[in-house]
Design a binder for this molecule. Structure first.
Ligand code: FE
Ligand code: FE
Ligand code: ZN
Length: 277
């Protein structure tokens, strides 16, 4: 069974997202932990969470993926921005434990002139103050396109962060297809080689989720503009190969394409049809 879903709005709660996912043929989904531009999170609704958990079991949802606000920059230069990021991550991870055993994805950040090494230290320090030994949430570092001074467009940079984390057993990686292609990993023509490189540097067992996005820009453009599946520079065939790849096919896949629900439903139907059971 292909585990696939898309990014959904969390404004109406978990049960609502679960039902929305089912309505478009999904068995998982991604959501922002709070307003993507940052700010305070809504109070947790424990009744909604219990109802969602029952619904998820009944509908065979294996795992869902939380996404930190994209403004979160754990390695920001300015004190207040960095402080916000560290507080947000600690608060998010604490809240995640209300729905145990899920995944939490974040963008490593931008070093804004401080250099990669300083950034890696700050990101690891942020994780170390936010994570706890017994947490049930797996934290995912997302592979980035390398726009501006973004950290995480090379597998080595993600590895350097994980190497500095106190409990690396709680760490994984989310591979974003648009981002890695924009970053210069040729998953269109050399998917096997890219996965070998990932395995050598990070270990494939760290790969826990895939963001499925086509790209509006050409290979190695370092841009990060998502496109609908099959309408960008990666092309539909690439996605058919990715979801069926023996090393990837069991992973949960998340669409972050520029779509409303009907568009997502169409992409999910296409990919389910292309999945070899
Ligand atoms: Fe992301
Ligand atoms: Fe992504
Ligand atoms: Zn992106």
């Amino acid at each position: 069974m292909l585990t696939i879903g898309c990014h959904l709005s969390s404004s109406k709660g978990f049960l609502h997202m679960g039902k929305e996912a089912v309505s478009i043929g999904a068995t998982t989904f991604q959501f922002f932990t709070r307003n993507p531009r940052g700010g305070r999170a809504k109070e947790l609704d424990h009744e909604d969470i219990r109802a969602y958990e029952e619904y998820a079991i009944a509908h065979g949802f294996p795992v869902i993926l939380a996404h930190a606000p994209y403004t979160l920059n754990a390695c920001a230069r300015e004190g207040r921005t960095r402080e916000f990021a560290w507080e947000t991550m600690a608060d998010d991870l604490k809240r995640m434990e209300a729905l145990p055993g899920q995944m939490y994805n974040f963008h490593p950040g931008s070093h804004v002139g401080q250099g990669m090494e300083a950034a890696v230290e700050l990101i690891a320090a942020c994780l170390n103050q936010a994570m706890t030994k017994n947490q049930t949430t797996t934290i995912l570092l997302e592979t980035m396109a390398g726009k501006g001074s973004e950290v995480g467009s090379r597998f080595e940079e993600l590895r350097a962060v994980i190497d500095r984390v106190r409990w690396p057993e709680h760490m994984g990686v989310c591979l974003d297809t648009c981002h890695v292609y924009d970053a210069g990993y040729d998953i269109v023509n050399r998917l096997d080689e890219v996965l070998e490189e990932f395995d050598r540097i990070l270990g494939l067992e760290r790969l826990r989720a895939i963001h499925l996005n086509d790209s509006k820009n050409p290979f190695a453009s370092h841009k990060d503009r998502h496109e609908k599946i099959g309408e960008g520079s990666l092309g539909a065939e690439t996605f058919v190969r990715i979801i069926n790849h023996p090393k990837l096919r069991k992973l949960p896949f998340f669409l972050e394409t520029p779509n409303e629900l009907p568009g997502y439903a169409g992409e999910i139907a296409f990919l389910r049809g292309a999945y070899r059971e």
